[in-house]
Design a protein around this ligand. Structure first.
Ligand code: 5GP
Ligand code: ZN
Length: 114
């Protein structure tokens, strides 16, 4: 998707502050962090929302969580705790239309979320 912000990051056209990368996923610091650690994990392949996932994407989504685990270890929040969130569509507040897993930590999280 040539106009998609996270596709541009995946292709290197736009360079985010990368914290983790492999052939299939990219993780970078959120531009508007909501916690001391706030990283977004995205697949390099465009998928618009969680609703668009196919059965064949199962391994890719698994890799997103493995990347989140590695980011948590790397940023020192694995033991203290962290939250992973994927917002889908308007009621959840999705604002970028390329799936992304938020990894938030470094402070106490509230529950239920707002
Ligand atoms: P959503 O609201 O879709 O769940 O999350 C989108 C996230 O992308 C937000 O946390 C927002 O701050 C982040 N974001 C939007 N534009 C940019 C950008 O240009 N660079 C980075 N690093 N993050 C962005
Ligand atoms: Zn995209």
């Amino acid at each position: 998707m040539p106009t998609c912000l996270f596709c541009k990051m995946a292709s290197g056209e736009i360079k985010p502050d990368i914290v983790y990368e492999n052939d299939r996923v990219l993780a970078f610091n959120d531009i508007n962090p909501q916690a001391p650690t706030h990283v977004l994990v995205v697949p390099k392949r465009h998928i618009t929302t969680l609703n668009d996932l196919q059965e064949s994407d199962a391994a890719l989504v698994g890799e997103m969580f493995l990347a989140a685990r590695d980011v948590a270890i790397q940023t020192g929040i694995a033991d203290s705790g962290y939250r992973t969130v994927m917002n889908c569509n308007a009621d959840a507040g999705q604002s970028v239309w390329h799936i992304h897993l938020h990894v938030l930590g470094g402070r106490r999280m509230n529950w239920p979320p707002g």
